[in-house]
Write a protein that binds this ligand. Structure first.
Ligand SMILES: Nc1nc2c(ncn2[C@@H]2O[C@H](COP(=O)(O)OP(=O)(O)OP(=O)(O)O)[C@@H](O)[C@H]2O)c(=O)[nH]1
Ligand SMILES: [Mg+2]
Length: 429
């Protein structure tokens, strides 16, 4: 397989911190810290200590209390650690105060995720998207202090826009944001053109939490040779590949970026174009790592993120993956009842893939409607649009006009509705 990742940078030692309010779920904090550790490992850090604190209210100046802060500082100095990562989102002021107080690198979850994205972005589009998100994240946080810290320590959290850009004033950064947006717009136009060429092919998109096995499934279904790794955010761009449905019809499958809890807002916005493949597909395959005990929270996170980027009411199949890792069948039976229309697979071992393909075809067919139209010759100008947006199954040019039988995919129903209502003579499901 083509090696697409750089060698892992020298390991940096890190402390993880999360503060939560009195009465909030402590278990959730522990889970989020575990997930943050995975993220930190992905970024190349070794987590030495995970610290959490229950507090009556967050301090606007430093998030956590003075005492705790001092404790962290002393521990870090004694262990020679120069990196503290907060799971909580830090305001620009908190970030500045904490850096001043601790005198070493401070990151929050968003900053860490942005760093991983910067490291993993391989295509030009992904690199531009990450740069844009980083610029937008840094804009309110620009300060001499930050530059000082990143120059002194480098490594995690200081990749991406170079120090020279950080030193520039905000006007320059804003200008740069504008340029990045322009470049991305250009790339997006090119992609839209490419997508238009595939208008009559059934389209499926893999979506899901990061590390759920989307790329593995992509490879199993299409022989795509997409990069797979047991790390978060292995995939940052979109790959589209052809495969055959059980009816021998060509179809397209796209694999894209995974989601995670508390994904930075700017990042979602920047990656909207990468995700537009999902937006324009006929059916989503929501891949779930059923061997992860938090899979229900992950399902909710993915559905919420999809809604945030404007993907709603799209046909979706829940694909429960990694069933080979389950110790007992109890959970499977329970889920089969709960999610009657879902499929249970192992992408890695190739278990139940034919079943999944059948299910994909069913779901696709369900949302396609066949119409019979009669378009009078005086309206033949409308035929272009019909040919552009649907599959013409049959055409007879008769005395009274053009008789057509067309198949309209769910994503084009709205667009064609005026024409259909005007010329339909009989509707078949
Ligand atoms: N046991 C088992 N492991 C699997 C299965 N599918 C995927 N994996 C493993 O899960 C890890 C993540 O797989 P990927 O396919 O990279 O996951 P992804 O959803 O594309 O992840 P990102 O691109 O990082 O969001 C890899 O180590 C895979 O080998 C499966 O069915 N069974
Ligand atoms: Mg992937």
């Amino acid at each position: 397989m083509e090696k697409m990742h750089e060698t892992i940078p020298e390991v940096e030692k890190a402390i993880l911190v999360r503060a939560f309010l009195k009465g909030d779920d402590r278990d959730e904090t522990l889970e989020l810290l575990d997930e943050l550790e995975l993220l930190a490992n992905t970024a190349g850090a070794e987590v030495v200590e995970k610290i959490y604190q229950e507090i009556p209210s967050f301090s606007p100046a430093t998030l956590i209390g003075k005492g705790k802060l001092q404790e962290i500082k002393e521990f870090a100095i004694s262990e020679n650690i120069h990196l503290v990562i907060f799971d909580n989102e830090l305001s620009p002021i908190q970030m500045r105060n904490l850096s001043n107080e601790l005198q070493f690198k401070v990151l929050d979850r968003s900053g860490l995720i942005l760093d991983i994205f910067a490291k993993n972005a391989k295509t030009q589009e992904a690199q531009l998207q990450v740069q844009l998100a980083q610029m937008q994240y840094l804009l309110p946080r620009l300060s001499r202090m930050w530059v000082h810290i990143s120059e002194q320590y480098g490594g995690i959290g200081s990749r991406g826009p170079g120090e020279s850009q950080l030193e520039s004033d905000r006007r320059v950064v804003r200008h740069h944001i504008q340029i990045l947006k322009e470049k991305l717009k250009h790339i997006n136009t090119q992609n839209t053109e490419q997508r238009k060429l595939r208008k009559n092919t059934p389209r499926f998109s893999l979506v899901g939490y990061t590390n759920s096995g989307k790329s593995t499934l992509m490879n199993t279904i299409t022989d795509a040779n997409v990069f797979v790794e047991d790390k978060l955010f292995a995939t940052l761009s979109t790959t589209v590949r052809q495969f055959l449905l059980p009816n021998n019809k060509n179809a397209l499958l796209s694999d894209t970026i995974g989601f995670i809890r508390n994904l930075p807002h700017h990042l979602i916005a920047s990656f909207r174009t990468t995700l537009s493949e999902a937006l324009e597909s006929d059916v989503l395959l929501h891949v779930i790592d059923v061997s992860n005990q938090n899979f229900r929270i992950m399902i909710d996170t993915v559905n919420q993120t999809l809604e945030d980027i404007g993907i709603k009411d799209k046909p979706m199949i829940y694909v429960f993956n990694k069933i080979d890792k389950l110790d007992s069948l109890d959970l499977l039976h329970q889920l089969q009842n709960e999610y009657a229309q879902s499929v249970f697979i192992s992408a890695e071992r190739g278990i139940n893939i034919p079943k999944l393909l059948e299910r994909m075809l069913d779901e696709y067919e369900k949302f396609n409607t066949v119409y019979s139209l009669l378009v009078p010759y005086k309206s033949s100008g409308e035929l272009n649009k019909i040919y552009d947006y649907c599959e013409v199954l049959e055409r007879i040019d008769d005395d009274d006009g053009t008789h057509l039988q067309i198949k309209v995919e769910s994503r084009n129903q709205d667009r064609l509705l005026p024409i259909i209502t005007k010329y339909a003579i009989e509707t078949k499901e």
